[in-house]
Design a protein around this ligand. Sequence first.
Ligand code: ADP
Length: 254
Amino acid sequence: YCQVCANPVFDKETIAGAVILLIDVTEKMQRDSLRREFTANVSHELKTPLTSISGFAEIIQSGFVKQEDVRKFAGKIFDETQRLVTLVDDIIKISQLDENCQPYQREKVDIYNLAKDVLSRLQESANKAQVQLNMEGEHAELETVLPILDEIVSNLCDNAIKYNKKGGSVTVTVLNTRNQICLSVRDTGIGITAAEKSRVFERFYRVDKSHSKEIGGTGLGLSIVKHGAAYLGAKVELESTIDKGSTFRLIWQK
Ligand code: ADP
């Protein structure tokens, strides 16, 4: 209000407009800052395997290496190349979800059958890790984007195997109630602390960098889960007890 005539200096619409503009600008700034951080992380994550590859190649090229070491270094170059391929694949998936512009085709999907297919695909790595896979629940149909849902469920099940313990289990359950459809992935693994529960969905975040380097992964799996679920209209919930295991739930309200 004006100090002299007591009339409002800005009418209500102008103030509301200013507030909306401010929110808009703040969101844009947050998006830009996330994008900058992502680019910096991507550069760092790509550089690490590239530096190793060029280092090992240089040693081999020098000619001062025994024959058995040549094989060893070539193996390391191969491993790092595989890591780069997975990383680039994950980055492409995230950018496609980010751009939000790819016209994904929706179709009717039985999510019980989808989860069963994912588990049979992962059976070999579960055998290697000595983890038992179980499927429970009932059939439920959704109008959804098959490749994105497949990617989400695969990432959750893959993690449930990777961060499990010898002799542990992974149970996928589909429940179709009056109000919602829920797909849960429960494991009997190492668990996640309360403090780390929200951080694990961040891009490139890994709880135990050194330990998870042996396990393998890009730190992008759960970020793809979060973005993909939002794209498909599902909520993601995480319940976890350290040393007992974790349950990730995807929930669609009807
Ligand atoms: P990663 O490629 O490292 O598996 P994710 O984004 O899928 O990346 O997961 C991020 C981190 O969250 C993992 O590095 C791991 O520390 C933790 N995590 C994910 N899933 C589980 C799980 N089921 N149990 C325990 N920790 C998990």
